[in-house]
Design a protein around this ligand. Sequence first.
Ligand code: SAM
Ligand code: SF4
Length: 330
Amino acid sequence: MIDPFGRTINYLRVSVTDRCDLRCVYCMSEDMTFLPKREILSLEELDRLLGAFIALGVRKLRLTGGEPLVRKNVMWLIERLGRHLESGTLDELTLTTNGTQLAKFARSLFAAGIRRINVSLDTLDPTLFRRITRWGDLDQVLEGIAAARLAGLEIKINTVALKGQNEDEIDDLVAWCGREDLDLSLIEVMPMGEIGSESRLDQYLPLSLVRSRLEQRWSLDETDYRSSGPARYTVVRETGKRLGFITPLTHNFCESCNRVRLTCVGRLYLCLGQEDSADLRAPLRASGDDGQLLDAIRAALRLKPKGHDFMIDRRHPGAAVPRHMSVTGG
Ligand code: SAM
Ligand code: SF4
């Protein structure tokens, strides 16, 4: 799949549910309204739809959400998708999770062929963790991470840098990831969806600032390592672990974009920061044959924009796109 700007699209991120067992303050408001259940694709439909993307050349699939592991019977889907790994039509099946359910699912995830996961963790302080997630229990997540490691999963921690909230914690997270042998990526808050009482401007902490503070204590060696994503990586010389910086607001990474995003109602978004999208549920349901669906996916790709226009400043303090990160899964 090649988009109008010549970029090869081989990575699909799928939000298997927009629901979540947490309410992180930068992601959604406490009384978030979720999509009506009747609109959500069944797991069988998702399996068929994802199979169509793989037939068209998707080599990497990331399941996300909302919280993917709270979707009922999600293991059925994950195990079904594992067959594409076995046949060699898919290179990687992976997951982004908040970690709350990992203790329960880690072994099954590994058995289904998942080898690497991203776990979101913004602080190691239990009180702050509860405040940021609104009702999360840090121990539950740490137990999940331990279970995932025991099961053989490679873990990368994702941390959203939040002004005045976890900004003094990031140093501890770097040290902890070093001790626990985990890579870490720091993420800038992106202006997606309304989040209730907190303002984006109050949350936004530029990673350029975080990096210069970290450099007072850690030696960050530049590396040309690239995951297939937008992170710029360094290696922390003292720990030997990677430290990535995902900076959509201070650095534009669109020229190398290789991905598209699917929601749990079958809408394909061509860019995280733009509204261009196409409905794939109608062609999926229109016929048991995949012809229409494959045509619809090919047509959708032509809508992929050149890049996003994210901006947070005093003139643009609100949401750049109305949908929440949980709709497309980051
Ligand atoms: N629930 C899972 C989790 O938290 O990992 C998967 C979905 S979550 C939407 C995916 C990632 O997006 C998480 O790392 C989360 O921290 C991040 N995220 C959510 N809202 C964000 C925002 N407005 N700006 C930047 N990152 C955000
Ligand atoms: Fe849930 Fe993930 Fe959003 Fe937090 S960031 S509310 S865990 S979807």
